[in-house]
Design a protein around this ligand. Structure first.
Ligand code: ADP
Ligand code: ADP
Length: 229
C-alpha cells in the first residue's frame, strides 16, 4: 500500500524553461527513497507534483498504479503527509497545532501522537500542558520542538506516504540527529520520500536518487554511490 512512481516526468513552471527533464523514480510500498541534490535541482518540485499542485502535461505519476490525475485532492491529502523544513505554527495551543486538520481527534489520540514524536513528556511538563499557547504571545518553541510538533501532526494523520522535505536541515547537528532518529521510527511501514541536500543525512535509504539540474545524475544505495565517487 502506497507505492509511488514517477514515469518520464517533464515539467516547467513556465513553458520555456524545463525544471524536470524526464524523471523516472520508483518507490516501492514501504520503501524509503531519498532525493538528493543541490538547491534548485527540482527536488521540491517533485513533491509539489505528487500533491498535484500543478498538472502534468508530460509523463505521469501513479500511487499504487493509479494516475494521480484521476485521484481527488482530498484523497491525495489524506494519503500523503509532509514534514517541511520550517514548520510554521499557529498562534494557538500546542494541542491545536498537533490536531490541525484532524478535527474529531480525541485527547488520547493527540497524546499518543505526541509521545510517538517524543515531545509528549515535554508538553505535559508545560504549565498548561496541551493547552499551552505557542507563537508570538505564548511559549517560544525551539526549531527541534517545532519539528516534533510537525511529526506529531503527521503521526495523527497516519498517512501511508510520507515526504520529508529537508525536515532537519535547519537544525544544529545535534538536534538534527535526534530528530532523524525519531523520523526513522515514523518511516517504518510507510512509503517515504526524503528530500535532502547531503548524502550523509540519508545513509539508510533503500535508494538514493541524485538530482542535478532536473535530471537523475546517479542512483543507488549510499554504499554504491560512495564507491562510484
Ligand atoms: P530544489 O527543491 O531542488 O531546491 P525546486 O524544485 O524548489 O528545487 O526548484 C527548481 C527550480 O524551479 C528552481 O530553479 C526554482 O527557481 C524554480 N521554481 C521553483 N518554484 C517556482 C515557481 N513557482 N515558479 C517558477 N519557477 C520556480
Ligand atoms: P492536512 O492536509 O490534513 O492538513 P498536513 O499537515 O500533512 O495535513 O498538510 C499537508 C498540506 O500542507 C499539503 O497538502 C500541502 O498543501 C501543505 N504543505 C505543508 N508543507 C508543505 C511543503 N513544504 N511543501 C508543499 N506543501 C506543503
Amino acid at each position: 500500500q502506497g507505492s509511488v512512481r514517477f514515469e518520464n516526468v517533464r515539467f516547467g513552471y513556465e513553458d520555456d524553461r524545463k525544471i524536470l527533464k524526464g524523471i523516472d523514480i520508483e518507490v516501492p510500498a514501504g520503501a524509503t527513497v531519498a532525493v538528493v541534490g543541490p538547491s534548485g535541482a527540482g527536488k521540491s518540485t517533485l513533491a509539489r507534483l505528487l500533491f498535484r499542485f500543478y498538472d502534468l502535461k508530460s509523463g505521469r505519476i501513479t500511487i499504487d498504479g493509479q494516475d494521480i490525475s484521476q485521484v481527488t485532492q482530498d484523497s491525495l491529502r489524506a494519503a500523503i503527509g509532509i514534514v517541511p523544513q520550517d514548520t510554521v505554527l499557529f498562534n494557538d495551543t500546542v494541542g491545536y497545532n498537533i490536531a490541525y486538520g484532524r478535527e474529531g481527534s480525541t485527547h488520547d489520540d493527540i497524546r499518543a501522537a505526541a509521545q510517538g514524536a517524543a515531545i509528549g513528556d515535554f508538553i505535559e511538563s508545560l504549565p498548561d500542558g496541551y493547552e499551552t499557547r505557542v507563537g508570538e504571545r505564548g511559549l517560544k518553541l525551539s526549531g527541534g520542538e517545532k519539528q516534533r510538533v510537525a511529526i506529531a501532526r503527521t503521526l495523527l494523520k497516519n498517512p501511508p506516504i510520507l515526504i520529508l522535505d529537508e525536515a532537519t536541515s535547519a537544525l544544529d547537528s545535534r538536534t538534527e540527529s535526534e530528530i532523524q532518529a525519531t523520523l526513522e521510527q515514523i518511516e517504518r511501514g510507510r512509503t517515504t520520500i526524503v528530500i535532502a541536500h547531503r548524502l550523509s543525512t540519508v545513509v539508510n535509504a533503500d535508494q538514493i536518487i541524485v538530482l542535478e539540474a532536473g535530471e537523475v545524475a546517479e542512483r543507488g544505495t549510499h554504499a554504491e554511490l560512495l564507491r562510484k565517487n
